[in-house]
Structures are given as C-alpha cells and as structure tokens.
Ligand binder design. Sequence first.
Ligand SMILES: Cc1cc2nc3c(=O)[nH]c(=O)nc-3n(C[C@H](O)[C@H](O)[C@H](O)COP(=O)(O)OP(=O)(O)OC[C@H]3O[C@@H](n4cnc5c(N)ncnc54)[C@H](O)[C@@H]3O)c2cc1C
Length: 364
Amino acid sequence: MDKTEILIIGSGPAGLKASLSAAGQGAEVTLVERDPFLGGQLVKQTHMFFGSKEHYASERGYKIAENLSREVKEHPGIRVLCDTTALGYYEDGIVSLESGGRFTVIKPQALIIATGAQENTLMFPNCDLPGIYGAGAVQTLMNVHGILPGKRVAMIGAGNIGVIVSYQLLQAGVEVPAIIEAQPRIGAYHVHASRVRRMGIPIYTSHTVLTAHGRESLEKVTISQIGPDWQPVAGTEKELAVDVLCISVGLTPLTELLFQAGCSMAYIPELGGHISVRSDTLETTVPNIFVCGDVGGIEEASSAMVEGSIAGLSAALNLGFGVDSYAGKLAAARRELDDLRRGPVGEKIRSGLERLSSFREVAQ
Ligand SMILES: Cc1cc2nc3c(=O)[nH]c(=O)nc-3n(C[C@H](O)[C@H](O)[C@H](O)COP(=O)(O)OP(=O)(O)OC[C@H]3O[C@@H](n4cnc5c(N)ncnc54)[C@H](O)[C@@H]3O)c2cc1C
C-alpha cells in the first residue's frame, strides 16, 4: 500500500498553499487533483483579483495558479498526482484513489481536505434544457477551452461570480440582455456591478426566472418580479430571447470526504451549508484531519490560500516538523486572515464563524 506523511486532496489555492507550507516545514507531501492540471477555480479566472497587494490584488487568477503550480511541481518534498480522484475515506485512515480507471489506496499520517465547492442550481419548468449552465461551467468553456457557450446569455445571480462572468461574456463578444437577482440588493462588489451597468446590462433585483422555453434547446426564458414573500408578482412577467441561461446562485462545500471520515459537521448557511467543526488551526474533530478553503466555508481565494498555509503548517507540526518556527508563522497567518475578514465585506463570514464556534464547544 502507498504511504505518505501528508496527503492533500484538491489543488486549488488552498491545496497549493497547504502543500507548500507543509513541505516547507520538512514534511513529505502527496497532492492529489482530479483535474489534469493544478489550480482549481483560479485556472478560469482571467480577471484581476481585488483585495490587497499581499493577497495578489491586480494579478489575474490564472497567473497566480501558474506561479503556485510551478513552485509546487519544483518542490522536491511534494509528489503531485493529477487526473486522480480521492473516492473515499475508510475507518483505518486509508484513502482510495482512482486514476485512469485504476484504483489504488494510500495511507497518510495526516490528511488535508481542500476539495473546494460545487455550484448550486435552481429548479423551474424545463430547467434541464440544453443551454442552461452553471456559471462555473460557462467560465470553464470560455476561459479554459476557448468555446463560447452561446450568442445571448441571461445571467441569474448578481453576486461577484454572476457579475464577473457576465463581464467576461461581454468581453468575449456575447450579448448579455440582463442579470436577474432574487434579492432586493446586488451582492457583488460595487466596482464590478458598476462596470457591467456602464456597459449597458440591466440588473433586475427582486426578480427570478419562472420558466425556460425551447424544443431541442433553450430559446427564451420568462422572468418576473418577486415580492417580499418571494412569490412572483402577477403581471410583471417579461420574456427574454436567449440561447443560454447561466445560473450563479452560490456554492456548496464539497464535504463528502469529511462526512465519511466522521468529522463533526454543522449547518452554517452564511458559510454555504454543512461544514466541519474545527479548531483555530483548522484541525477537524478527527485528529490529524484538517480542512481549508471553500470546503470549510465559502469565501475567497485569498483566504483559501492563508487557510491552506495554516492547515499545512499545523499538519506538519502534528508530525513533529517545524516545531521552532510554527508559532511565529501561525501568528502571522492568523493576522492575515483577520485582516481579510475585517470590515463590511467580511461580515457574513465573521457571523458564520461565530456561529460555528458554538458547535465547537459542543464537540469538545
Ligand atoms: C467567477 C469567480 C470569480 C472569483 N474571483 C475571485 C477574486 O477576484 N478574488 C478571490 O480572492 N476569490 C475569487 N473567487 C473565489 C475563489 O476562486 C475560491 O474561493 C477559491 O478558488 C477556493 O479555493 P479552494 O482551493 O478552496 O477550492 P477550488 O479552487 O475549488 O479547488 C478545489 C480543487 O479540488 C479538486 N477536487 C475536488 N474534489 C476532489 C477529489 N475528490 N479528488 C481530487 N481532487 C478533488 C477540484 O478539482 C479543484 O481543483 C472567484 C470565484 C469565481 C467562481
């Protein structure tokens, strides 16, 4: 059976940073990624990052992925297994892997789960017509494979992802007749929302999609205003002729492996749903299993990277690596996380984490 000191599942910003920090302390790391390339969501992000310079502001996501991936691949302490999916976690601490139809098992001394999140979707009549996509799929088609999803795309969701993907569609020459948002307010940062509005895209708040229409594929959608009771307001229906409907209504952490491992879980809506209860060093209630990034609560790439560093340092420490440098490095990373979560932008995250801390007391 294959063995490793630290197994890291998922190579988004969280998993990449976790690998570098654990290996930097001297631990031997195996990083598994189901995609053929490293980088997770970053690979699709052609826009410049927001935030501060220390957190890669003004750099493009795919460039950040390129740089971190190069560092990981060149590090002698990190073994990279792409095209490899972690399928299951077993009671004896064994993880099963699949690659190219071949099944293997690996036993790590410590495990870091950095599997990210999956997109939420919506149910409405004909929601399974070809032409109805998640925003992540549209980004993958355009920015990874260079394929336009269609000619006229309506976007559901005016959070950062919906607004950024709408802008990227415009840049690619696609028409975007409207962004439709159920909440009475736009969730995206103003800088992004103002940009798409300046380019002539209306953002209909307090609106939703009622029905999709089409025979072989999507031809149009009916949208309508919704009242404070979230019910459609009769007489406000509009039809939009579109060949693509792009749905961007949030993400849910990919927690299957955490459930399988028996980690205590808590339902925290502010952080995207069920997430694992964990300590300040991101260790779950199962000793030597750590969590970082979106799988531990939907946030951003910048915080995913800092969490990755904390999980990597802490997993290495549990195995006896980096004892002298740990406290200083951990304190610096915690300060960075606090800075990222400060102010109105971090309000939702702070409230979710506060709620999570009450579950922590119960689990102890
Ligand atoms: C359109 C858009 C714009 C964004 N803009 C910004 C921005 O400007 N600034 C910012 O800070 N953040 C931004 N974000 C958010 C950011 O991309 C995410 O918060 C971040 O990627 C989360 O990192 P992660 O490592 O936790 O997960 P991910 O990046 O999702 O990576 C998880 C990885 O795990 C792999 N994986 C999952 N399950 C398995 C398994 N069982 N076996 C093997 N591999 C597995 C996946 O293939 C994936 O590569 C944006 C997101 C989107 C969608």
